[in-house]
Design a protein around this ligand. Sequence first.
Ligand code: URA
Length: 472
Amino acid sequence: MFAIRLPSSDETDVFRDGARRALAANIPPREIAFVTHDSGFLFDDFPKSDAAAALVTVPREFAGLMDDVLCHRADDRFALLYDVLWRLKHGEPYLLTNAADPAIAKLALYRKAIRRDVHNMHAFVRFHEKGGENGPLFLAWFEPDHFILKKATPFFADRFANMHWIIATPIGTASWDTKSLRFGPAMPKPEHLEDEVLSGLWRTYYRTIFNPARLKTDAMRKEMPRRYWKNMPEAELIPAMIQTASQRVIGMDREPDPAPRFAEKARPRQQTKTTADTMPKDSLEQLKANAAKCTACPLYKHATQTVFGEGPSTAKIVFVGEQPGDQEDITGKPFVGPAGQILNHALEEAGIDRARTYVTNAVKHFKFEPRGKRRIHSKPNTGEIQVCSHKWLVRELDLLEPETVVAMGATAAQALAGKAMAIGKNRGHILQWPDGRRGLITVHPSYLLRIPNAADKKAEYKKFVHDLKLIA
Ligand code: URA
């Protein structure tokens, strides 16, 4: 009998290497055992056959299956994988397609469990903001069922690329410092995790996506298993929302619109000209606080919060986008999601330090269509652009007094020019906005994200950087 000794954590590479050497040495599954370091058994020494092992290849489908299954907690995962690997190499090349084979069926179940666990981690991790020496640190505690830390956390590095965060779990920690993802040992659940602001936002978000008319309690419990609730601030709303759902559906038609109707609000505004010139002179901070309470158009009803501009009040360059997206709506900061990532890269390439610029949007609330659990971006209409930009963007610019204002995309250009502007025709040269300020029109970074062809995408990105260089 031979033994492959696996460390009690991170055994993936050791298993791969051991299985390869066992296969090269022609050791059948019944003669091999996979044991962890602390196991007290004594086994024969494992044969060294590194040169032959290096030649062992495995089918790509098996490699993918192994990658998932090794994250499972079941003790028999190694033996099952080696058994399948052995048979693939010894006369059963189509084994992976035989769903009736007991080993294959079991491995498929393990793989499904891993995928569900990863999905749950992506859906149910909740960050809490903590003060840190180098700015805010976002901390989350999560209890996965399996060893999925390395598999699941690159998603958060991608999604929250600009934040410093740590996800602690009973099986290890993952930390991201905006550049690299690191893994460390497990740590106990941090105490006093609760952060009132972020928790409040999660609760607001949950209230907006909860549709009492579409409530299916069983499906919901399956989708959001109870064991995760203890770490999810919005979960405390669930029992009451389920209880009152049927009354809310009956009352929905009759429920008064929480905001005054848009047309009624807009009309007096047009008559009384609620623009910068009728507003009191105050600071950006005061303006931001006022904007946080804005109900001037219906968009505030479904958005989580107002996303105001960000940057130093001395900024010489202001970038204006369209409206916050999903991540901006949750974090309350402009351009932190995928479009923000592209903008950051392009600015860096153009030699512009984002930290010295001011970044804002023409419309300050996220407009979206709910589709299942997702919120799909929806373009703001002319009324929303006019009301919002007159109320907030014009005032922001008056307080900032920048040298150059850059419109990214058609909505920003419309807000700044007061009329629709074709991007293709007007982009890429210095112009003057109606208020006399120096300006530039370029594409919106989301446009680059939507280009399917890689070569076209690259060419358009270059043009975007070229436009930005005009102001650098
Ligand atoms: N798109 C925008 O126009 N603004 C943001 O803040 C994010 C995405």
